[in-house]
Design a protein around this ligand. Structure first.
Ligand SMILES: C[S@@+](CC[C@H](N)C(=O)[O-])C[C@H]1O[C@@H](n2cnc3c(N)ncnc32)[C@H](O)[C@@H]1O
Length: 316
């Protein structure tokens, strides 16, 4: 059966991938130059993969890529690339434009999606067997139209941060803002089985996916979902103050939402924030310091940062 997300379109629409490979220090210039012409954008490590802290340098190769549903104007994009190369202090990188519309990328992605180990978490799709029962925390998550397969450094950073927190304390009321596939809500629920988790996303496909992943992992009774943008929903505000808030969203929304986060966070609460590039830490921390939230921990992977914040000054 072909899904509406197969993207094999015959109506003049399609899906084109636009990408350049550049050193990490230059990625922001090309991201800014291309973003007005693309519908989604990401900056990722190339090749995918280092998982140690603090190994990222300004020379780490990154891929700046985006997708657009109408055939892009190659000449215009090349001009943008040439203009960005100058302030980035490098020659213009090669521009890749690929027609993706005939690919069932979701199926391909699923098939090529290996199991992922992140500390105690073992994340696998339906095409793979769970590990034998033991001390592993099994997360059954299929690569999906929603974000959150576990392979992205921001998701991995959050899962590492949650495991670090689990060594120190328990949480009862957890809010996962920008839940995607629900992977962090699932992870939190496995780490703190007695916690009630509210998983929120502004994208209905993500909320559906989270519900189905909660079912698939037998966590439906512990994870509630909500379709909403941000913290200003009566169900969030009138709920218990949250002793743990997780938000893997981009830097700009994290900054915008800092005050709202502070209002729903319990006095002794902690927040795990991700989706920011390492050079964006200063801005994200400043916005949260202004709300009385201070850094208590940090994980860096492949150019991305995950921050642990709380009302007390640094515990680490
Ligand atoms: C980077 S993904 C993170 C998904 C998952 N939590 C993970 O860590 O893999 C960000 C998610 O936040 C959602 N999102 C973005 N802005 C939001 C907002 N203002 N309120 C709620 N969800 C938001 C997006 O739809 C997306 O699913």
């Amino acid at each position: 059966m072909s899904s509406s997300r197969d993207l094999g379109c015959d109506d003049g629409h399609g899906l084109w991938r636009v990408a350049v490979e550049v050193p990490a220090a230059a990625a922001g210039f090309f991201e800014d130059a291309l973003s007005p012409y693309l519908e989604t954008m990401a900056v990722m490590e190339l090749p995918a993969g280092d998982v140690t802290e603090m190994v990222f340098t300004s020379h780490t190769p990154m891929i700046v890529e985006g997708f657009v549903q109408h055939k892009p104007d190659a000449e215009l994009l090349r001009r943008c690339i040439r203009e960005a190369a100058d302030p980035a202090g490098m020659p213009p990188p090669e521009l890749t434009i690929e027609d993706q519309s005939r690919r069932d990328w979701l199926r391909e992605n699923r098939a090529s999606f290996p199991a992922i180990d992140i500390g105690r978490f073992y994340i696998h799709g339906s095409h793979l067997q769970p590990p034998p029962a033991g001390s592993r925390l099994n997360l059954h998550v299929d690569a999906a139209v929603a974000f959150g397969s576990g392979s992205h450094a921001t998701t991995a950073g959050c899962l590492r941060a949650l495991q670090a927190l689990a060594k120190k304390r328990r949480y009862k009321h957890i809010l996962d803002m920008g839940t995607g596939t629900g992977i962090l809500a699932l992870g939190a629920s496995k780490l703190w089985p007695s916690a009630a988790v509210l998983a929120v996303d502004n994208d209905s496909a993500s909320v559906d996916m989270t519900r189905s992943n909660a079912d698939q992992n037998q966590l439906r009774s512990r994870i509630t979902t909500l379709l909403h943008a941000g913290y200003r929903h009566p169900r969030i505000r009138s709920g218990p103050p949250y002793d743990l808030v997780i938000a893997n969203i981009l830097a700009a929304p994290l900054v915008r939402m800092a005050a709202d986060l502070a209002t729903v966070l319990a006095p002794h609460g902690q927040a795990v924030l991700s989706g920011l590039l390492s050079h964006q830490e200063t801005a994200v921390l400043a916005a949260h310091r202004a709300q009385g939230l201070y850094p208590q921990g940090r994980f860096r992977q492949s150019g991305w940062s995950t921050l642990i914040l709380g009302r007390g000054r640094s515990r680490q």
